[in-house]
Design a protein around this ligand. Sequence first.
Ligand code: SF4
Length: 357
Amino acid sequence: MTKIDLKGLPHNKLEDFFLTRGEKKFRAKQLLTWLYHKFETDFENMTDLPTPLRAKLTEDCYVSRLEIADKQKSHDGAVKYLFKLEDGETVESVLIPDKPRLTVCLSTQVGCSLGCKFCATGQMGFIRNLKASEIVNQLEGIKLDQGETNNVTNVVLMGMGEPLLNTENVLDAIDNFNSELGYEIGARKITISTVGIPKEIEKLAALGLKERLAISLNAPSQKLRDDIMPGVKKFPIKSLIKPIEKYAESSARWVTLEYIMLKGVNDSLSHASELIEFTKDLPVKVNLIQYNPVEGIKYESSELRDLYLFQAYLLENGITTTIRKSKGQDIAAACGQLRTEKIKATGTQSHGEKSKQ
Ligand code: SF4
């Protein structure tokens, strides 16, 4: 019989699990405390559970954990992790210290189907969705590696993959991050970063989510977006307007538009002008991101001068605009880069990559 992984299940699903086995639902609370507050994986050590239940759980279930396949530390403090999954696939996560915040950037899929041309993950193709446990275990793996007292303050789902093409598992993982029985990270400290999938954003708004929503826009016009993010053509920029308004209203927080600055591609003042036109009546702020160049990909990071001019122009026109400096340039910190380098170095490939050949 295949054992059931009890990691990553949100509180309500874990209560259902115990109820369907004739157990009291408060066992879920006890188990969650062991998993997320005491980092315990062995049911036999969960001493407030009755002995017969411990034995039954040991027989039928397990608690997964991820193995670190590689780790690189940047001179600026960022740490990039490559985690090995049960089926041998790998995903990346990054720990980004930026006092007073300590942020982790986590993956939600192995590979990605959307093929953004500036992104290393986009060149891998889609391999599979991550389970909720695999998303949660990236954070756990970082915490354990850094020491259990390591106090991660923020989570961004901005690593490999598109979170809203794996919504159910992402929501289950968020429940674990956010819950007081889980990692107790406030909803406002959790960011879902998406290319913008209209019906999924509307679903999140209808659920009343309070997490921050960031939409990776990267181009102010449909034509340019189609060129640099070809997999996103089916979600036109204009179809984002209503979902953005709904999410901002339901979460009582403005949505962030992420804009990666690519030299000579989307960083001129005429692009800024188009961006102002798109954003001026929307409940959004803009976050300009310095591009982390990727070997073998033709795009370059915009000159700092152009970055600041672009920001100033947006600010002058009343658009709240921040700049996010790129961290970990010396450690392959752009999403998908470390995995790609590891595959090249070891000659191993995932099933998805083999099947594309
Ligand atoms: S930028 Fe995000 S959505 Fe685009 S290919 Fe990379 S992982 Fe996928």
